[in-house]
Design a protein around this ligand. Structure first.
Ligand code: UDP
Length: 507
């Protein structure tokens, strides 16, 4: 048997499994999948299984996943694919290694198939559907082979997901000598730029290992029964319209997948932590520090769960920040080229920086990991300097916090572009890890965005409007249902109906 049923003492193990979920092996994918599983269970009472590699299953266990979610292990050995032994997750990996992890995840296909066969044998019928990550499109073949359907879950927004999919399927940067290009699926007015592509995307020509992996996978995704997308109908009408046309299938926007307290303004008095990863500072300490500052006066800086910046950019960011005079919380990690697990060294920042910032509570440096939801939901946090990962983006927008973009990898460049051009809630400071920033530019951008009037004020108003839409989308009071609740209802009706159709065909 390829898989291990955890919680074998749990009476739920005797119950059938209605949905099998397959997230990609990264923090920013596992956590929204877990939240989606919870949301679907609360709506329908369905039993849901999340399948993944042993270390990721262990990680999900640590997040206090509830007993109705079955956590199932799929065997995986990173060393077989040229990854450091024990690698099952993107954390602490370089961009090239992340590429290898994406490619190597194909080895989960046979174990997933065997897992489905095991479930069918046990309960006499297949689950209603597989919900697979858009990076694992081969799950469509497994669904076909086991008489169920595959739904893709895009953990990004509609615009960013479409740009990412269309980029890999069309490689448009190879069809022009220009640095600017158009992407199929987007109107002519949306010009994309090579600097929005990370290193592996720039090199992609259709014959490199990552293109050869991504193209068939994403083509498979387009054969799926439908897409769930981590966004909200009202905040991304443009992106959703384009994604629906491109995929030619239903797209259900079901965001935000965030804790209820965060959306009900209960946050600063209680902790809203959803990720059990020990931050170097307690949420309470962070909140106490924020309590000492005025409304919207603090800048929060973080590059997500796994990214960092170059040593020289770190220095210039620190100088610009100091010169701006604005209070800040900055999640710092060793700069690029250093062991990401190493202790942070003071020489990576200007001399005496941390001491000066500690004086008068001017700035708080948090090593490696901070309680982000508590920080963003505190009324003192006004602006987020972010890599524009989609989880961070939704967390920020749900709190009406405007954004200074510094996209680094994945689809972050497209998210940043959409936040600037379509939503008007962001200004981009720079892109990627190769570009150099100047401390003068850092200071100017921080001052402009954090201004209460002018452009800063305008961005704030737009961010607050978006926050209202995000909160309204998950309203569920009697007959008053928000758009994301309705979309989830529609999704459930659709997969239940396909099940009936399939039983008619097989009868
Ligand atoms: N996060 C956090 N503390 C940190 C850094 C990140 O809690 O110090 C969380 C953050 O709240 C978000 C996730 O990690 O939910 C990062 O996901 P995102 O999609 O923004 O970026 P990724 O890490 O996938 O690049």
């Amino acid at each position: 048997m390829w898989f291990v049923l955890k919680r074998s003492m749990d009476p739920n193990d005797e119950q059938k499994i209605d949905i099998v979920m397959l997230p990609f092996m990264a923090h920013g994918h596992l956590i929204p999948f877990l939240a989606l599983a919870n949301q679907i269970h609360h709506l329908t009472g369905f039993n849901i299984a999340i399948a993944n590699t042993p270390l990721n299953i262990h990680y999900l266990h640590q997040q206090n996943s509830p007993p109705w979610i079955h956590l199932l292990e799929l065997p995986f050995n990173g060393a077989d694919h040229g990854l450091p032994p024990g690698t099952e997750h993107t954390e602490n990996l370089s961009l090239n290694q992340i590429g290898k992890l994406i490619i190597s995840s194909a080895s989960l296909k046979t174990p997933l198939h065997d897992l489905l066969l095991g479930i069918i044998k046990k309960q006499g019928k297949p689950p209603l559907c597989i919900i697979s990550d858009f990076l694992l499109g081969w799950a469509v073949d497994v669904a076909d082979a086991t008489n169920t359907v595959n739904i893709v879950f895009a953990t990004g927004g509609a615009y960013g997901t479409l740009a990412y999919v269309s980029f890999w399927l069309n490689l448009p940067h190879r069809k022009t000598d220009d640095e600017e290009f158009n992407l199929p699926g987007f109107p002519q007015r949306c010009k994309f730029h090579v600097t929005q592509l990370h290193g592996l995307m720039r090199k992609a020509d259709g014959n490199d290992p990552l293109s050869m992996c991504m193209q068939p996978r994403l083509s498979c995704c387009l054969q799926s029964f439908g897409w769930l997308c981590y966004t909200v109908e009202e905040i991304e009408p443009f992106g959703l319209d384009l994604l629906r046309k491109y995929t030619n299938s239903p797209v259900w926007p079901i965001g935000p997948l965030l804790p209820k307290q965060l959306l009900n303004n209960l946050q600063s008095s209680s902790t809203v932590q959803r990720v059990r990863k020990s931050p170097r500072i307690s949420p309470e300490k962070c909140v106490q520090w924020l309590d000492m500052h005025g409304r919207d006066s603090v800048l929060y800086i973080s590059f997500g769960s796994q990214n960092t910046i170059s040593a020289s950019n770190m220095m210039d960011l620190a100088i610009g920040l100091e010169n701006s005079g604005k209070p800040f919380i900055w999640v710092i990690r060793p700069p690029l080229g250093h062991d990401p697990k190493a202790e942070f060294e003071s020489e990576w920042l200007p001399q005496g920086f941390e001491d000066r910032m500690n004086r008068n509570n001017r700035g708080l440096l948090v090593k490696n990991w901070a309680p982000q939801l508590e920080i963003l939901s505190h009324e003192s946090t006004g602006t987020f300097l972010s890599h524009c990962g989609w989880n961070s983006t939704m967390e920020s927008l749900s709190q009406g916090v405007k954004i200074i973009g510094w996209p680094i990898a994945a689809e972050q460049g497209y998210n940043s572009k959409m936040l600037v051009e379509e939503m008007g809630v962001a200004v981009e400071l720079t892109r990627g890890v190769q570009n150099s920033i100047s401390s003068k530019h850092v200071k100017e951008v921080i001052e402009m965005v954090m201004e209460k009037e002018g452009k800063g004020g305008d961005m704030k108003r737009k961010a607050e409007e978006i926050a209202q839409h995000i909160r309204a989308a998950v309203k569920d009071e009697g007959n008053e249902k928000g758009s994301s609740i309705k979309a989830l209802d529609d999704f459930v009706s659709a997969i239940t109906a396909t099940k009936q159709d399939r039983s008619v065909v097989s009868a």
